[in-house]
Design a protein around this ligand. Structure first.
Ligand code: SAM
Ligand code: SF4
Length: 488
């Protein structure tokens, strides 16, 4: 598969399970206010808007999605109630991403739309990467916004909410000068089987194209005690899959005296009773050490999948990107995985059209795809980002050329995936049942190696969250289809 669909698929197709975690305190709104909204020219609809209701919209990566789960948990603990449309909300929050494209413009046009949809008398907050990047300029361009806070300030959210409710017009949380991770017991998870746990926040690398160090601040690892306590609590609550998150999980360093590295943390989390699958993302190749492969080989609870973003197949471009590894060093890590005891699916990220990327550099990326035969990849056109070093590099490439290179990468990868997925026909794989597609009469499962495996089973309900063996009968570029072996 050639883009985000591979991973997004599970989110799109899975059910929206809304179930409180053990840690969640459900608190009813404390006050009610009334307001009038014009719904049509001929009628006015009188509606009640609870003064402590909120609506949140989230963009971006899993880190952002999980940040929103924590923000939601914090708001619920502060007495807010979540609603599913901006016009029912007293507080409208927008958790933003600025990794690519013209994120800022998109945010401002969405904020205008919110203003129209939501009506008067509301509070608006911008969270996440665009908040951090644009800072107080947001108040000038969108004067209806009252709160601007980056992820490094979410620990201060209760205090910021008090300022907001007290009538603060320009409430900000923008300092990156923190050694704290957003470690909260109030996380509101929507999926009752698979849970994210942030183990490290921020990033200390300085890849020339990347805005993350500017928007998420320096690296901060949580203590192993706190990660383990959260994982145990999740297992007790019935979660069977844990996904450890960080911009660079491999550089995890336990700040407590135990001093665990990432490989040790993986082994310990995988050893918790009740946890059947552990995934992690993202790995930086420079910090991806052999001990991680050894930990995975030793423990099948650690899923058969490694996402190892390469970005380019050319050592020259990698140096310009400041990625801190060469093509050969990257391929050495791939060799560890290919010669490991277990078989691992390998996926990656590719950027095409980085400034100065020649046709020969691009060809090296295409050759790398043939050499590694990734199971899936995300591919992006280089997108100039504020504050980043790549902005001043010579040799910026026109958009049409970036588009041409992107299409070539995607076409090549599609052919690789068709071939690799076809090799699985006839095999039996265990899936975690994540959803149901009634129109197709199929269940949606996910394999340990992170493939979507849609399958038939006589049961029409009751399978969500179960682990079943499924025989693969058909394959496509992006998913597999099959029939359940276990039908009891
Ligand atoms: N920390 C991860 C790593 O080092 O691989 C990546 C985090 S970033 C959210 C995910 C991906 O977005 C990157 O791997 C890269 O391929 C892509 N990306 C980041 N900045 C980009 C930019 N300015 N233009 C195009 N793609 C970009
Ligand atoms: Fe960005 Fe590089 Fe850090 Fe990944 S490792 S978040 S690409 S700076």
């Amino acid at each position: 598969m050639t883009d985000r669909q591979y991973f997004a698929r599970s989110r799109i197709q899975s059910h929206d399970w809304r179930q409180p975690t053990r840690a969640r305190r459900v608190v009813r709104p404390r006050a009610i206010e009334t307001s009038w909204h014009s719904r049509s020219q001929s009628s006015l609809e009188y509606r009640l808007v609870a003064s402590k209701t909120f609506y949140i919209e989230t963009f971006g990566c899993q880190m952002n999605a999980h940040d929103s789960e924590k923000v939601i948990g914090t708001l619920l603990a502060e007495g807010y109630e979540r609603v599913d449309a901006p016009d029912n909300a007293h507080l409208v929050l927008y958790n933003t991403c600025s990794i690519r494209d013209k994120a800022e413009q998109k945010v401002f046009s969405r904020l205008q739309q919110f203003k129209r949809e939501a009506g008067k008398g509301k509070l608006f907050g911008v969270l996440g990467c665009v908040a951090q990047q644009e800072g107080e300029k947001i108040f000038d361009r969108a004067p209806h916004v009252n709160l601007v806070a980056g992820s490094a300030s979410y620990t201060r959210l209760p205090e910021l909410l008090v300022q907001l409710e007290a009538g603060g017009k320009r409430v900000t949380g923008l300092s990156l000068d923190t050694d704290e991770a957003f470690d909260t017991p109030y996380t509101r998870r929507d999926n009752p089987h698979r849970a994210y746990i942030t183990i490290i926040e921020g990033c200390d690398k300085s890849c020339a194209y990347c805005v993350v160090p500017f928007t998420r601040g320096p690296e901060r690892s949580r203590t192993s005690e706190s990660v383990m306590a959260e994982a145990r609590r999740l297992a007790e609550d019935g979660y069977s899959e844990i996904q450890l998150l960080g911009q660079n999980v491999n550089s995890y360093r336990d700040s407590s005296p135990a001093g665990w590295d990432f490989a040790t943390l993986l082994r310990r989390v995988a050893g918790i009773a009740g946890i059947r699958r552990v995934r992690y993302t993202t790995s930086h190749p420079r910090d991806f050490v052999k001990a991680i492969v050894e930990a995975m080989d030793d423990n099948p609870v650690l899923c058969d999948h490694v996402h190892l973003p390469v970005q380019s197949g050319s050592s020259r471009v990698l140096a310009a990107m400041d990625r801190l590894y060469t093509r050969d060093q990257y391929l050495e890590r791939i060799e560890w995985l290919k010669t490991a005891v277990r078989q691992y699916a390998i996926t990656t990220d590719i950027i095409v059209g980085f400034p100065g990327e020649t046709e020969a550099d691009f060809q090296e990326t295409l050759d790398l795809l043939d050499a590694v035969e990734y199971d899936s990849l995300f591919s992006f056109k280089y997108s100039p980002r504020p504050n980043t070093a790549a902005l001043t590099l010579p040799g910026h490439i026109p958009d049409e050329e970036k588009q041409r290179r992107l299409a070539i990468v995607q076409e090549k990868q599609r052919a690789i995936q068709i071939r690799r997925n076809a090799q699985l026909v006839g095999a039996t794989r265990e899936v975690l049942v994540e959803g149901r597609n009634p129109a197709m009469g199929q269940w949606i499962g996910r394999t340990s190696d992170n493939r979507t495996l849609n399958f038939t089973h006589p049961a029409a309900d009751g399978l969500l969250g179960r682990y079943l063996d499924v025989r693969v009968t058909r394959s496509g570029p992006n998913s597999l289809a099959g029939e359940a072996v276990t039908v009891a």
